[in-house]
Design a protein around this ligand. Structure first.
Ligand SMILES: [Zn+2]
Length: 119
């Protein structure tokens, strides 16, 4: 068996132990460095949409009025991922106390239409 030293991508520590697996079978690692910002990490990012740097670029491009598809092509991620990142980032940006937040949202009808029973 050949063991490859695993470095924590956040603090470069080698005090890393295996920490089970993801649902998809990817090996997870845990950093044992007490000062590390991140405890659990994957050795290889599974998809670029999860890389913090890429996520930041998605938001930057969106702020520069790039289209979803433009962003997806430039960053080599899927348009679906772009949308997911933007949705999450918007939720994080509008982190407000629960003061009648729903009233400020303008409801748009969904393309598929929501089915209602009765009435
Ligand atoms: Zn670490």
């Amino acid at each position: 068996m050949v063991s490859v030293p695993v470095y924590c991508p956040y603090c470069q520590s080698t005090e890393v132990i295996k920490a089970g697996k993801q649902a998809n079978g990817t090996q997870r690692y845990q950093c044992h460095n007490g000062q590390c910002v991140r405890r659990i990490f994957l050795l290889h990012d599974q998809d670029r949409g999860r890389v913090p740097e890429v996520r930041r670029q998605v938001v930057d491009l969106a702020l520069n009025r790039s289209g979803i598809r433009d962003t997806a092509r430039v960053l080599r991620i899927s348009p679906t991922t772009v949308l997911a990142v933007l949705k999450k980032s918007r939720r994080a940006a509008t982190r407000q106390p629960h003061v009648a937040a729903s009233s400020s949202f303008t409801r748009r009808p969904r393309p598929g239409g929501t089915r209602r029973r009765g009435g």
